[in-house]
Every structure is written in C-alpha cells, then in structure tokens.
Design a protein around this ligand. Structure first.
Ligand SMILES: NC(=O)c1ccc[n+]([C@@H]2O[C@H](COP(=O)([O-])OP(=O)(O)OC[C@H]3O[C@@H](n4cnc5c(N)ncnc54)[C@H](OP(=O)(O)O)[C@@H]3O)[C@@H](O)[C@H]2O)c1
Length: 215
C-alpha cells in the first residue's frame, strides 16, 4: 500500500517506521522535507521510504495519516490540498491540546465539537478515522503494555474505512478495536488526553493507556 504521513514529528516518524517495516511504501511530509532529521529517519527506517511536501505526500498515499500539531491542522490540510485526499482513508491522530495555562493541557475545541470533526468538515470527501490519538507514539506499533494490550478505540463515519484501519491495527500488533461510532466520537477520544497527561504525571511514565475491562 502507498501510505502518506502528513507530519514529521514523533508520531509521524513512529507510524512511518511501522508502515515501512510492514512492507508499505511510505512518504512522510514536512514543510522542510530535505531536513537532516528526516534524512536520519530514512536511514533508520527499514523498507521503502521517501520524503515530500504536504501536497506531494497527500498525492502519494492511498491511505493517509494526519499527525501534525493540533493548532496547525487547518494550515496543513490547506497545504496538502483537499482534492489530493478525496476518497482516501485519512487516519487522524491529532489532539487539540491547549498548553496556554501550563503543563497540564486543556482542549481548544469541545465539548460539542472536535478536531476529528473539523478535519472531516474541512475534507468532506476523505474518510476520516480517529485512531492512535489516545496512546503514546512509543506504543503505536508493536504495543507492549505490562497489563496486557488494550483494544484501540476508533471512530469515523465510513464503515469500510474503519475496517481498513482495523486491519492496520492488527498488522501493528493490536489485539482488536472498539468502534465507538461516528466521527463525533472524536470529542470523547480527544477529551481523554488531558486525563492521560495527568495520570502520566502521577505515575511518572508516558507509555500508559486506558483499557476497557469488564466482568
Ligand atoms: N507525541 C505523541 O506521543 C502523541 C500521541 C498521540 C497523539 N499525538 C498527537 O499527534 C500530533 C503530532 O504529534 P507529534 O508529537 O508527532 O508532533 P507535533 O510537534 O505536535 O507536530 C509536528 C508536526 O506539525 C507540523 N507543524 C507544526 N506547526 C506547523 C505550522 N505552523 N504549519 C504547518 N505544520 C506545522 C510540523 O511540520 P514540519 O514537519 O514542517 O515541522 C510537524 O510535521 C499532535 O496533534 C499530538 O497531539 C501525539
């Protein structure tokens, strides 16, 4: 599969490595695609990789991943070009975190809207699936949780797109998915992230996740 990763931070690099290691043809996007950091990422990633602008990367991918700073999402979608994303699965990993009040973030969208919904409205012809935003980049591929791996919670409006994402999760080593419904579920997946930060501060580590358990 050709995969376009819109974002070159920790998340973009981790997911890019994951897709490349599974034999996919990965292009990763940045405003500075010829940077030393991305050249280093390419030498470390195993498999077929390339770098490009946001538009080149959106064109390349049959499946796209949105992994940019939450406040930069609108600008990145503009740079990527909505026509380049039409008809494609767009995995949205972003969070609308607001650090203006200190190290414990709030959200700059919500509670009756979300970044996931904003992305879907901005690119109505893409099939947006919210996924991976509730876990650390270090656990996105080949997750290893001491208490047993949780199922990944996802949401989105397109059933076939969610099936594609469930397949990717399986390839990456997740035991399964919990589909919480339409893209409006992103309100609540995004809302768990400030809680995730508070919990991380208390336990002193950043590779944790919330797990659904039942009797
Ligand atoms: N870090 C994690 O473990 C984690 C886990 C779950 C979810 N998330 C979410 O995933 C997203 C990515 O996180 P991250 O930690 O990998 O990196 P990040 O620092 O939040 O974002 C880096 C990316 O954002 C782009 N960017 C920043 N400002 C921009 C602007 N003004 N215009 C255009 N692009 C801009 C950068 O572009 P350039 O490449 O051009 O610099 C880069 O590709 C965030 O929304 C975060 O909340 C992160």
């Amino acid at each position: 599969m050709k995969v376009g990763i819109l974002g070159s931070g920790e998340v973009g690099q981790a997911l890019g490595r994951g897709f490349a290691s599974r034999g996919h043809d990965v292009k990763i996007a940045s405003r500075t695609p010829k940077s030393d950091a991305l050249a280093k990422w390419q030498t470390q990633a195993k498999g077929k990789t390339s770098t490009g602008t946001f538009a080149e990367t959106a064109k390349h991918g049959e499946v796209l991943v949105l992994a940019t700073l939450g406040s930069a999402v609108e600008e990145v979608l503009r740079l990527a070009g909505p026509p380049n994303m039409a008809g494609k699965v767009l995995i949205d990993v972003t969070n609308p975190l607001d650090f203006s009040q200190g190290p414990n973030p709030g959200l700059f969208i919500g509670p009756n809207d979300s970044l996931g919904e904003r992305v879907q409205r901005r690119v109505p012809e893409a099939k947006v699936v919210k996924c991976f935003n509730t876990v650390s980049n270090t656990q996105m591929v080949d997750p290893k949780f001491a208490g047993g791996n949780p199922e990944m919670m996802i949401c989105g409006d397109d059933a076939a797109a969610k099936k594609t994402v469930a397949g990717i999760l399986k390839e990456f080593g997740w035991p399964g998915t919990i589909d919480i419904g339409g893209i409006e579920g992103a309100r609540w997946l995004e809302a768990t992230v400030p809680l995730w930060v508070l919990v991380g501060s208390q336990i002193g580590r950043w590779d944790h996740a919330f797990k659904v358990v039942h009797g």
